[in-house]
Design a protein around this ligand. Sequence first.
Ligand SMILES: *Cc1c(COP(=O)(O)O)cnc(C)c1O
Length: 322
Amino acid sequence: MSLTFFPPLQQINSEIVRHAGVDLYVLRLDLMHPWVNGNKWFKLKYNLLEAKEKNFTTLLTFGGAYSNHIYATAAAGNIFGFCTIGVIRGEQRLLLNPTLSFAVQQGMQLVYLNRETYRQRNTPALQEYLQQRFGKVFIIPEGGSNLNGVRGCTEIVGNAMPTAGYAYAFDHICVACGTATTLAGITLSLDQRQKAIAFSVLKNGAFLAQEIESVLTNYLASGFPSPYTSPASWELVCDYHFGGYAKVNDELLLFSQQFREEHGVPLDYVYTAKMFYGVMDLLKQGFFRRGDSLLLVHTGGLQGNVGIEERWRKRSPTAIAP
Ligand SMILES: *Cc1c(COP(=O)(O)O)cnc(C)c1O
């Protein structure tokens, strides 16, 4: 299987960027492949390789009804010749939403667990039950967030180099943060002069600091390969969650719309729009130094916008929904 795609790097010139005196680039993981893209691809890569090496033919994983990970796993399974089972949180709906109907088109079998049972997804008891029910399956945790996932994410920023055409070390690498897996992988791939900045998309995201520490510690203790043996510095920014996971407001929708119009970069509302908004706001506040170079990692997730725009239009029909 060929598992390498090269994401393009795009420079952003805008009034805010010029005024702050920084160089700003976007690493477009959203453009690597029409379906298998974003950080979810990097989190899957070594899981697929391990499954293949151990002769598994079926992947089983978990996610919500709008999950980018479910979407990517269904597509990757189809492309690389695995059967896939998606264990979906919540009750089955009569009509499949666009995410789940794509997954089914890719050949994924869907199974629904009520929220209480779903919460047990990482326990041996539930995993045993799933193995009993579906036979020999390779289980990937929700979001692809395991050590294989971290390992894949150590390759995200390195991939920016061949496309940039020169060994350009960015000072700050900015990324949206949900479970910290992606941030951890990125942090392990930076040298000590660089810094990773995580933008929490969760309300009360301060707990993510411990999460980042523990993912880094576990990864380094695991013996999995790491570009560096100690993580570069990182910082957690918690001010741009917009009310919490998958919450949006008019300001965020308007920002995303304007950003796409001005720069041709579509953003997803759950993750990248919040991070980009945060970076622009920090630039206005003078958070970065003149002369700094910034790399914003576009982690994909655009497939989820359809569902959010639908819900938003229902709630406020007069809103400027794109
Ligand atoms: C899952 C996801 C993230 C968050 O990644 P974590 O490793 O969970 O922190 C960021 N952006 C997008 C688009 C995602 O789908």
